[in-house]
Design a protein around this ligand. Structure first.
Ligand code: SAM
Ligand code: SF4
Length: 335
């Protein structure tokens, strides 16, 4: 691909078109979910983290290279000061079709309306359990009631779509999959179940023992719901089903039991400015170094991004039975 091309596209060695960028805007969070973080985390010093201006410049470069969808995530993106302003600025990039957000919901009660006004189209909200005590046990610091109020506020704000994300852990919350789907049905929103991935060292949590496959979840759900296979393709890892007689879709993200790499359309920008070509590999390019060494030079930035496509790996190398094959946490990476 050349940058002078009229309608630029990012294409990798395997012919996959990259049109989706996920951006972690902070590694910090007000929760400490057991599968995501250790109880005591050391966060990055400020100068190692991209500034809001640098984040905007990089997202703009991607949009100019044909990326149509940007997801802002973290860490908890809404605890970063200035997050709303950044979202407003990215929301004004005309060539983007979709600005979306992943959040733990803790700040949504007061931020749902400003986010909608900033141009955020869709929101994913993490919700692993409907039980106050289990919620505290899984998130270590979170308050379920606050998150439920946030989900209510997001529903009232009128986003195009709201989706819950639930990481299902054997013997912690696997008994709740039916209740979680019923909750989504009652609210008229979607839900995705995520198999845990071995990202980062976590304390007091055995990933191998808590593995609960998407097939097990499907079998549990089949006792209460009819799930109709959907032909909808998102280009991503989710396989969707419609809950018969409702507007709710149930997605399954199954990195262990179903490999989704052949249609991968996405790359990630870590909070340190590393362009990560695959969630399950370490292939990356340091964009922070490029923009700090060449301030204001969009061409060099874009050339570096185009060249990076050549090292996008063919597939991920996850193995739930090995601890921390990938040392970085999901919060740094932009899950
Ligand atoms: N803090 C926000 C949240 O929780 O939604 C956004 C960042 S969080 C890293 C994004 C998603 O990644 C959440 O749905 C979370 O449950 C999921 N996640 C975190 N660590 C994971 C892991 N090791 N395996 C699978 N999913 C994980
Ligand atoms: Fe925070 Fe989200 Fe990670 Fe939980 S999953 S610790 S809410 S970043």
């Amino acid at each position: 691909m050349t940058i002078s091309n009229q309608s630029p596209q990012l294409i990798d060695r395997f012919g996959r078109r990259v049109d989706y960028l996920r951006v972690s805007i902070t590694d910090r969070c007000d929760f400490r979910c057991v599968y995501c973080m250790s109880e005591k985390m050391i966060f990055l010093p400020r100068d190692q983290v991209l500034s809001l201006e640098e984040l905007y410049t990089i997202t703009k470069a991607f949009a100019e290279l044909g990326v149509k969808k940007i997801r802002i995530t973290g860490g908890e993106p809404l605890v970063r000061r200035g997050a709303l302003e950044l979202l407003e600025n990215i929301g004004k990039i005309e060539s983007l079709n979709e600005l979306v957000l992943t959040t733990n919901g803790s700040q949504l009660e007061h931020m749902a309306v400003p986010l909608k006004n900033a141009g955020v189209k869709r929101i994913n909200i993490s919700l692993d359990t409907l039980d106050v005590d289990k919620f505290k046990a899984i998130t270590r610091t979170g308050d379920l009631r606050q998150v439920l109020r946030g989900i209510g506020a997001a529903n009232a704000a009128g986003f195009e779509r709201i989706k819950l994300n639930a990481v299902i852990l054997k013997d912690k919350n696997h008994q709740e999959v039916v209740d979680l789907v019923q909750f989504a049905v009652d609210k008229g929103i979607d839900i995705s179940f995520i198999e845990e991935m071995p990202l980062g060292m976590v304390s007091q949590h055995d990933r191998s023992a808590s593995y609960y496959s998407s097939d097990c979840i499907k079998a549990d759900l089949a006792t209460q719901f009819s799930l109709l296979a959907s032909t909808e393709k998102t280009g991503g890892p989710s396989v969707y089903y419609k809950v018969q007689g409702t507007n709710t879709r149930v997605g399954f993200i199954s990195p262990h039991s179903a490999n989704f790499c052949s249609t991968c359309n996405r790359v990630r920008l870590t909070v340190e400015g590393r362009l990560l070509l695959c969630l399950g590999n370490e292939h990356s390019v340091d964009l922070k170094q490029i923009i700090r060494a060449n301030p204001g030079d969009m061409d060099i930035l874009k050339q570096t991004i185009v060249a990076a496509m050549l090292i996008k790996p063919e597939k991920h190398e996850f193995n739930i039975h090995e601890q921390a094959v990938i040392l970085r946490h999901m919060s740094v990476t932009g899950g």
